[in-house]
Design a protein around this ligand. Sequence first.
Ligand SMILES: [Zn+2]
Ligand SMILES: [Zn+2]
Length: 637
Amino acid sequence: MVVVASCRLVGRGIALGSLWLAVALSGTPASAQEEMGVPPGEIGAAAQSYAQPAVAPAPPPSPEEALLRAWSDPADSLDQRVSRARRAALESGTWSFDPAARAVLGGVVGGDPLQQAEAAVALAPHLPLAHMRLVSAHWLHAEDSMAALRAMPGLLRAIASHPEASLWFAGTGLFVLAVGLSAGALLMLVLAALRASPNAAHDLGHLVPGDPPGFARFALLAALVLVPIAAGEGVFGVALVLLAIGIAYASAWQRVVLGIAALALWAALYPMARIGAAALEEFPNDTVARAAFSLSQGLASRADVLRLEAVPDDPLALRALAIDARRRGHLGRADALYQQILANGTPDPAVLNNAGNVRLALGHQESAIELYGRALDLGESPVVYFNLSQAFGRAFNVDALNRVLADAQRVDGDLVAQLTALQRVRNESFVVDLPLDLSLLWQRVLAPGAGVALSSSLRAPVAPGRLGHSQATAGIAVAAAAAIGLALGAMLRRSTGCSRCGSRMCARCETDWAGNLCQSCDLLFNHPDRTDRALRFARLEALRKRDRRVGRAATVASVCVPGVAGLLANHPMRALAAILGFTVAVACFWWRAGLVPDPLIAGRAAPTLFVAVAGLSLLVYLGSLLSSLAARRGSDS
Ligand SMILES: [Zn+2]
Ligand SMILES: [Zn+2]
């Protein structure tokens, strides 16, 4: 199933790649084509025929052709090409012109790495790939680490605002976190049950006839733990038995921590896995979302538009069609579509702003100003302020224009400076559409049923049985296992180990003890007068030897197995933190390039981000490990 999903995602990558190629080649000098191993004439002609129809007299270019031309026509400099293309993209309602940015980064129009990265960011301010190149160009080529750090927030904003990137990062991140959390929670349950196992095995032996020897009692316990495998419940069923055993033999605080671990296991396997799968599947599976996204990037095919027109009630399709209508100059249709969207649901700033742009183009300044005002009521936006200033300019209201431009500069001076500069490229009216609101995509990801099939197939190896069949049954099973553990803890006459020598103290075996010491340790430490002096020294020496042996084994286990240090120091919360820090770090590092191939949106941003999260998780692990070791040393001395 993962493979199927990856194939679909790869397919998506190829589709985007071919789009990229069209843009890249249309701006490619012949020498660069030769470097790519392609005879300059051949693809050049193909790209020319795609970008510029050779038939004369030429019909008016389609918006896609106009955009490609703004990008590929001869230019004096990279800057000139970039601002011309950016202006044309914004005029056609394209906020992030990703294909052109990828072409710049591919080196088809020259420039050093820093210039290329800056041009790519200017063309596609929402493309994480471009921001990552800017960070690394500052870091590696300009050796300006401060500028690289200053570019980081832009990278994170791009990841959050690019439709495809936000879904890919959220889906991958949730998957990685789910794997880390479920592996960590399982390890915690295993360790808790292992610690309880000597006493649990002994007590279990009393429930069968006869007096079975120690190894038989352990075999009995192991058989009990493995029953769920035989019953077809898999690892999830085993985890439930371990949870019950761990809770039955735990102290109150240890029980709370085990409850948290069980909750983390459930959350990772069910809600997180489902949402992550839905986010990863959204683009490959949802043709409407994909068509709307291609259209918002300025290069939709006729098939995309037909696909959107086939679902006239879909809110995402409506918005994309409205952008398309405005782009093609069908202002009446665009206006009607925006009015339909505004009448149907709660409007977001993007709809209000874009509807205002259409109204302004139709010459209805007052209703445009009203729509911009409603957009600004929902939140300040430099773009809406800029458009509002254009509307005031059209109405020759200079005072209001200056006031609104000042507001715009206050919110984001750099962006307003860019827009004002772009306005000067061609001195006519220039308003800017806002991109599609991401909440529309997330509504689809969070819709009931989304991601269920993929997440259950990913979960099948761990939870194949009836208990793990659905989120609800699994939740009930976890709660029931915890309740059984609590009941056993209250009902059983639990055996314990002597805190000094480790020997068993069991009510049914009629051993005697005092507090947490066995009878002989109690005599040795609390009533030294009642024991023979020579015997006492021999026993103390034996205990010291045992302490040293146990201490060495404990240190080795603490270093080798995450969480052991915390459990031995009797800090179960630190144990859980260490385990989760370790497993999340391993998962982040293992899947640092993503679960499915990056659809040309992230580049080095994905491994950089995931390795950084892995590093932070390792710090949590190391902090918990060292503090637990220190706590154990403190309690020993
Ligand atoms: Zn003892
Ligand atoms: Zn016993």
